[in-house]
Ligand binder design. Sequence first.
Ligand SMILES: [Fe+2]
Ligand SMILES: [Fe+2]
Length: 313
Amino acid sequence: MTTEQLQAHFDTKIEADLSIEAKDWMPDAYRQNLIRQINQHAHSEIIGMLPEANWLTRAPTLRRKAVLLAKVQDEAGHGLYLYSAAETLGCSRQDIYQKLLDGKMKYSSIFNYPTLSWADVGVIGWLVDGAAIVNQVALCRASYGPYARAMVKICKEESFHQRQGYEAVMALAKGNEAQRAMLQDAINRFWWPTLMMFGPNDSDSPNSAQSMAWKIKRFSNDELRQKFIDNTVPQLEALGMTAPDPALTWDETTGHYRFGEINWDEFYQVLKGRGICNHERLEAKRRAWESGSWVREAASVHAKKMAAKKQAA
Ligand SMILES: [Fe+2]
Ligand SMILES: [Fe+2]
């Protein structure tokens, strides 16, 4: 088949909502776009373990600790599914991971904020995992099959993460004055960075239209952000807490909440590496990579020995 015929076949499949599989022909730009998106997503899962892991040794009860440990381990699993999904597109995991360590690939800006109190752990589960679900539920129908299928499993776990977070913040909201103040402070710090997780406004997001045409993205950044706000404000009110946004109001005519202007300058600063924890996060991953070198060496020696044994037999 000629490239034009292959392209036409690809377009027909996208049009008909049929999934594109690893061995199917796909335009190079589609492949490269997916490699970037899936790996950035994988990096976010892996880096996202760090802010919460910071509280594993200080969880207030054994139950909270066990739940948090399970959640942080889930995030490692999400990273692994996603690296595997990306590998089906022909990229090398080692190469991609090295790019993260070298600061040449991005991950979600939210993880460059510090976790200063126990309330932050609950708020991350509730707001950050809550925002991730809104994004990821839409990705369960992404046109690339291996990505969409990884998302289905991930979403099931994300909804547990969101619930454990909400349950933890509910306990604080029902607690004493100091606990409520700690919760409000965590919401104040995480509210706006969570809204930034959906990416720039549609008018400033040039790649989004192409991703939507390829049906990788099904909803625009602004649509997803609005959906998250509409879901979350009633939960915020149920807690008796407030958002740090005086412009947040219910709009009867549209049936949606209105909200204030996001500080995009902060978003771009964090993205450029100037967030509070950018340096610390990458440093932690570089240290882990170096201190794990003996495991990789041992594994490769073992693999070689096994291969030699097989050949001899
Ligand atoms: Fe996750
Ligand atoms: Fe999660």
